[in-house]
Design a protein around this ligand. Structure first.
Ligand code: SF4
Ligand code: SF4
Length: 196
């Protein structure tokens, strides 16, 4: 069977920071550094190798790249200096644009709808509202069940002052500038996607 490079070439060209994948030396430091390592179907190292091997369906149907929490551990440790976090998010975006991302997958819903709506409306992330929207997205019963399951984590975060329970009110100072920035970013993204 002929070795098909078309998927890898498209990722290098059209996925954000995708060209960096060529530089990966498969050392596995990123996989070992990722706090979510045990939960990934494929680690960043595996994803990058699969892109190079032309495994388009496996890569784009995987939930792995939606798991990244942007902790930057991998970037700090990669001996080749790959911007792994950005590559992984770029692959998620690429999968979404190509119609592979499952719209009901929870991290996809969170990233593309709930987080976006939360930040666009005021310019800041209201943690309490963000969590409520995420938990109750499948209805009241599902929300209560999930809230109860996560109560210990929530209490721990409250104690450590890592969660603000008070809903934030009002828009940020300079909201118009923030909106102009988003509009410009969307414009650039549309241009990039249409290849102009
Ligand atoms: S740490 Fe860097 S070079 Fe090593 S496998 Fe991960 S991305 Fe590749
Ligand atoms: S930035 Fe993402 S991929 Fe990298 S270590 Fe953190 S969670 Fe894992």
């Amino acid at each position: 069977m002929a070795y098909d490079l078309s998927f890898a070439r498209d990722v290098y060209k059209n996925s954000e920071m995708g060209h960096w994948i060529k530089m990966c030396k498969q050392c596995g430091v990123c996989a070992g550094s990722c706090p979510l390592g045990p939960h990934w179907e494929f680690s960043p190292r595996q994803l990058f190798q699969m892109v190079r091997a032309g495994k388009k369906e496996e890569v784009l149907k995987s939930h792995s790249m939606w798991m990244c929490t942007s902790c930057y551990n991998c970037i700090v440790r990669c001996p080749r200096g790959l911007p792994i976090t950005h590559i992984v998010h770029g692959l998620a975006r690429y999968a979404s644009v190509k119609g592979y991302a499952d719209p009901d997958q929870v991290t996809n819903r969170f990233a593309t709808r709930i987080f976006w709506t939360n930040i666009v409306s005021t310019g800041r992330v209201g943690e309490a509202m963000l969590t409520m929207r995420l938990y109750f997205v499948d209805g009241i019963a599902a929300g209560i069940k999930q809230g109860l399951e996560m109560k210990d984590s929530a209490l721990g975060m409250l104690k450590a002052k890592r969660l603000n329970p008070i809903p934030l009110r009002g828009k940020i100072k300079g909201y118009a500038g923030f909106q102009a920035m988003l509009t410009k970013a969307q414009e650039l993204e549309e241009k990039r996607e249409s290849g102009v």
